[in-house]
Write a protein that binds this ligand. Structure first.
Ligand SMILES: Nc1ncnc2c1ncn2[C@@H]1O[C@H](COP(=O)(O)OP(=O)(O)OP(=O)(O)O)[C@@H](O)[C@H]1O
Length: 342
């Protein structure tokens, strides 16, 4: 089921939460809404869900070409998972998953045996076989979020909406669940819209990344396209660490070559102000010897730092990649790298 968001405007009193937002979500894709706090991600997700409505007359939401702008949430066929576990504490895992089915009106409610079979199937899908009798407090945070996902899927939604579903979990669990979700998505192929403020999560998970800022979409594209060719300085900075050179160029720390100061090809000499080695990686802050006072962040390997016998206070040479056009600070309004339905 494709989702088309067309010229949506949303105000809360005098505050504009969404300002003329348009977005195409291809059928079966995993799209990440990425942006800082307050940029409008959740509001957009809630409007797609039907939990919130756009300003009257402002725009439309289409599901597979059908206008659902005024259709209430319960009739849109969407499944949600939120950051904070919304599981019913007093119910077993199986009852939590079955909830959406067991509250359907009589004519639509499946038979008990069908519900039991569906719960079993869903538990298997989210890799929690055998945990049906447990209660939420007997599960880990990651397991609880998988139950929440199974519950969202019970009604066989046409669109899955996830609002920072891993936001409350610790870093390692988050990483594992992120990979698991990607595989899971590939297996079931359900059109999914995912809200996150974590750029790594968005870049690793999504087919399409939508960067939001101040109630608008700043850039839309495939992860590598957005990372390699950010169209604005905001996107450059939001997608990972970046150095802004005096000539206005943006250079990522891993793109800078670290050399001895007298070596051929060196473009800038500077003093190592800070050196931090973690596992196989090394991060250096280099203060240019002349001119700019801007510190330059450089990422290298531990091996290279050890081979060069570098220490804080040493003078090193840097070589930058060939110039790319400087990013403009103006927000573009058009979609950049569009992706196509798989
Ligand atoms: N019901 C509401 N009433 C008034 N203002 C609201 C309401 N819901 C959201 N807002 C405001 O709209 C703006 C966008 O909020 P939204 O939750 O969409 O941002 P977000 O990008 O999801 O942020 P976060 O990552 O912090 O969840 C915020 O400034 C928020 O305070």
């Amino acid at each position: 089921m494709s989702v088309s968001i067309q010229s949506i405007h949303k105000t809360f009193g005098t505050y504009t939460a969404l300002d003329d937002v348009s977005l195409e979500i291809p059928d079966g894709s995993l799209t990440a809404l990425l942006g800082p706090s307050g940029s409008g991600k959740t509001t957009l997700l809630r409007i797609v869900a039907g939990l919130e409505y756009a300003d009257p007359g402002s725009g439309r939401v289409l599901f597979h070409g059908e206008d659902v702008t005024d259709v209430p949430a319960g009739k849109r066929g969407v499944g949600f998972v939120f950051q904070h576990y919304a599981l019913f504490k007093h119910m077993t895992v199986a009852d939590n998953i079955a909830f959406g089915l067991s509250v359907l009106p009589g004519s639509k409610r499946p038979a008990k045996s069908e519900i039991t079979a569906r719960v079993k199937e869903l538990l298997h899908l989210v890799k929690l076989d055998g945990l049906d009798k447990r209660r939420p407090h007997e599960l880990s945070g990651g397991q609880r979020q998988r139950v929440a996902l199974a519950r969202a899927l019970a009604i066989r939604p046409k669109v899955l909406l996830l609002d920072e579903p891993f936001g409350a979990l610790d870093a390692q669990v988050r990483k594992d669940l992120r990979r698991w979700l990607r595989q899971f998505h590939d297996e079931i192929g359900l059109t999914t819209l995912f809200v996150t403020h974590d750029q790594e999560e968005a870049l690793e998970l999504a087919d399409q990344v939508v960067v939001m800022r101040n109630a608008r979409i700043e850039q839309t594209g495939v992860p590598q396209g957005i990372y390699d060719e950010p169209r604005t300085s905001f996107v450059y900075e939001f997608l990972g660490e970046v150095n802004k050179l005096d000539d206005g160029r943006y250079v990522r720390p891993h793109e800078i070559e670290l050399k001895f100061a007298a070596e051929e090809g060196v473009q800038l000499a500077g003093r190592v102000n800070h050196l931090f080695v973690a596992g196989p990686f090394a991060r250096l802050s280099v203060v240019p010897e002349s001119g700019s006072r801007r510190e330059i962040e450089v990422w290298a390997t531990r091996e290279q730092v050890e081979e060069m016998a570098l220490a804080e206070g040493d003078i090193v040479g840097l070589r930058f990649p060939d110039p790319k056009p400087a990013a403009s600070s103006k927000a573009p309004h058009k979609t950049d790298h569009t992706i196509h339905s798989p």
